[in-house]
Design a protein. Sequence first.
Length: 579
Amino acid sequence: MSEQTRDSGSEATKPAMSLEDLQHWTQMLGRAQQMMLEQGIDLMERGPMLPDPTGIVRAQTDFWADTMKLWQRFLDPAGAEPVVESAEQARDRRFKAKQWHDDPVYAFIRQSYFLVADHMLKRVDTIDGIDAKQREKLRFATRGLIDAMSPTNFPATNPLVVEKIVETRGENLLKGLQNMLADLSRGQMTQSDTSAFELGRNVATTPGKVVKRTPLYELIHYAPATETVGAIPLVIFPPWINRFYILDLTPEKSFIRWAVEQGLSVFVVSWRSADASMKDVTWDDYVVRGQVDAIDTVREVLGVGSVHAIGYCVAGTTLAATLALLTARGEAAKVATATFFTAQVDFADAGELSLFVDDDQLNLIRQVGKDGYLDGRYMAATFNLLRGRDLIWNYVANNYLLGNDYAPFDLLHWNADVTNLPATWHLGYLTDLYRDNRLAQAGSMIVDGVPIDLGTVTTPSYIQAGREDHIAPAESVWKITDHFAGPLRFVLAGSGHIAGVVNPPSAQKYQYWTNDAPAESLAAFVAGATETKGSWWPDWRAWIAAADGQTVPAEGARIPGGGPLATLGDAPGEYVRTR
């Protein structure tokens, strides 16, 4: 709405909730109250099935008491107790607009939503007769329902949408419908301006060449940016669940470009997006014909005995298996150091993703992967569900209801650039690791005919975890330290699974924690940790330098195409473009 319209003070054009809308919302709240009360009475009447119904009685009593306080505040604001919001409610970005706080009607709607949501979650904790995993599943589903029922997701109860309807005479709803229909046609929610980024133009632009291509991966060798480079090259294994260029976004965010500028010889594996021809790809392929093959290729091309290796997320899980396999073969020296970005090896407490690993979900994956591969949009939807408030409902309100244009955002552009997965191996990954936790059991997992044991790994390792990671929780990443036997450096970074990793020093964002004293748990580590502002990347570079301080001239085989392998094209290669 224009300033002129706001200043006019015209009641005719002032966006406000009608009596009908208010009645609808209060009826909805009342019905929710009634349903919760009826369920509580029903559960109490069952008697013997609930050995201690006092928790339910207390929950119902608290709910009604809070409801009465809410109505008192609405009907008699001056005489009511002041509103005390939790820290989470106060910083909820969905309700940051002043209308949610200044307008009595919308303030009532916001507070009633918080009240119902809070008591719905409390009710989960009062249910008897279910185990911890079932309770967590129910809590996850309840949070999803709460996010879906937010008043910000409905035109009549979102003041910003009401204003936009008046301002545009409803054009915003037509634009939003157009956005929604476009997403339905492509089977995937849009989160960023799809025309704003292009591979090789403004993302994945670090100069390099493809020097090897197999049915599983392309190997990219990046051009040196310094006169000398580290004697031991760096090989990066990104997760095959996503495109590799999460580590080579815009130049100012690119970890790959930064590593090259730090004087490292950098190679990156770009995994092939699966199709029907990859239906038989298994665990062995990603370990032996993927990681071990890439490590040996770099060693041979540069004529060196070892490499530094990085594994991100699932590729870090696989790197741990690779180290165990090399150790069992007597070839551990092929990897001088190993770095793990938000990677898990022990899935006993793997976080919310483990909630998607049950018989029903596995059968669904078998059905959608019957052609030999799993459509990447399935995994994208799963990850979006883990952060539905930010990655689903935020866009429903902003782009479907308000009809706003999509903003350009390189990270979200990458997030939507999905990769197909080999169905057989993905099922094996979920069952063997997430469900059965076999990698953490010595000798349970077999690679290329060899039983592997993480406890035999003595490779010096740098382990990075994200404090707010919802995919690989920090507590789960920490468990690597319970298995590896070599020297370890654990670093806890601010933010989550992506932003905690892709945090260049130039951004001056977040922080990280280190602790050189022995710690038996993540809590003990944090208790004695030192906080450092900014990016953890320089800390990692110093750790690499301590392990390999020697340099060699950046010439000959250190230049892409200068060694025994002919170049097959410019970076970022062909596989990253395959859909």
